[in-house]
Design a protein around this ligand. Structure first.
Ligand code: SF4
Ligand code: SF4
Length: 91
């Protein structure tokens, strides 16, 4: 089974209008060279668009890797509100 196929097994309850990840791009641009968030997220939530880091938080697996890896604490990250976020259908 490929990674996209595995991710497709999950279900997501989207909390519209309440992003649980926010990126402070001022910090990113001032201090970050490696931009680890673009490489370490298993769900490829992060992308760079016209020099700005964007988090497509709706597909987040809630593993916390990006928050731990960000060297500058540029991420505001918290679990989605109760009842929202990823649902692992097979545990
Ligand atoms: S790793 Fe952190 S500081 Fe670096 S680009 Fe990503 S969010 Fe910004
Ligand atoms: S918590 Fe995990 S899945 Fe969610 S954005 Fe961060 S690295 Fe990606």
């Amino acid at each position: 089974m490929s990674v996209p196929e595995k991710l497709g097994v999950n279900k997501y309850e989207l909390d519209e209008g309440h992003p649980h990840i926010e990126v402070n791009n001022t910090v990113c641009q001032q201090v970050c060279g490696d931009k680890m968030c673009l490489f370490i997220c298993p769900a490829e939530v992060y992308s760079e668009q016209h020099g700005v880091i964007v988090a497509d938080w709706a597909g987040c697996l809630e593993c916390g890797t990006c928050k731990a890896a960000c060297p500058a604490e540029a991420l505001s990250w918290e679990y989605p509100r109760g009842g929202f976020g990823v649902i692992y259908r097979y545990g």
